[in-house]
Design a protein around this ligand. Sequence first.
Ligand code: KG4
Ligand code: ZN
Length: 357
Amino acid sequence: MTSDQRPAPNDQSPPTSHQHPSLILGIETSCDETAAAVVEDGRRLLSNVIASQFHLHAPFGGVVPEVASRHHLEVILQTIDAALAEAKVTWRDLAAVAVTAGPGLAGALLVGVNTAKALAYAHDLPLLAVNHLEAHLYANWIEVPGEDFREPALPALGLIVSGGHTDLVLMRGHGSYERLGRTRDDAAGEAFDKVGRLLGLGFPGGPAIERTARDAPARTALRLPRAWLKGSDDFSFSGLKTAVLHVVRGESGAPPPVPEIAAAFQSSVVDVLSKKAVQAALREGARSLLLSGGVAANGPLRQALIDRSPIPVHAPPPILCTDNGAMIAACAHHRFDALRAGLDLDPQPGMRFAVTA
Ligand code: KG4
Ligand code: ZN
């Protein structure tokens, strides 16, 4: 279980774009992290508790849904208690309980949704149903202790890159989105995970590939393909994955060392994501670029976007890129009225991104 420090209160800060002064508890259980956080005014992180299960899934090389839901059930209450304790708040201080309603694994979502419903009912608090992908974008609205807070300027171009999704979204305003592009096959994180497995680097593949690639020489002859899908904002990573497989099998000569393959794979993904995101942002007249989702923790991807983009790039600290409860609470704050749910709320494993424009 990891947790962030409570930042020093900063009463001089300007108000956010929203009027709900609030302490919101955010609960996230859509995949393999049981997470809870308390966020003030959608922006100040009072606590951020994440119980990761990756060690349970690592021997299987991927997330096992039944194992995930059972473990969520075991640790969810203690995770929520820890989030309240660390934030030094009680149930009476809270304005709402927000929970990921989808998309995600059905059994995993069920644990979070039912827990949130029970707690909202028991403590007479509003219940808010949050879309996990929309919430990833809102990680960019959370203040980072020690850094000047810059609220992202809208319209913004959001690049959401996670284990299950790769979406390019134009965010015109809070709750107003247009999806410009998506992956046609594997998500970026899924490609990292599959290639990590191919290279024998374990699960999850993303952080392992990033670490391993650091040992590659700066210049290497190995260059893997890039699927540009010209004229479209869509992505495709399955051809790249197959190209890695051919290299690993030594189909065109002895395979290069693993760090070189990892570096070549990473640079192909980073190149395509960063170039296409910046292109779309400029074409659409976006005023900022929002990187989010687990793959947003990738250092070379963050750097490539910063290097290429003439408009400001926002990327949450890595602990807020991967799944967490803080982004759920932040999203709930900015979309409070629209996300109100009743106690009949059901998990929505296939929940669509709230495309309203
Ligand atoms: O957003 P997330 O925590 O869960 C989903 O909503 O899917 O994303 C998890 C994904 C995994 O595929 C993982 O390999 C990838 O994010 N990831 C990374 C890095 N850290 C996590 N990919 C590349 N580089 C990283 N440093
Ligand atoms: Zn996620």
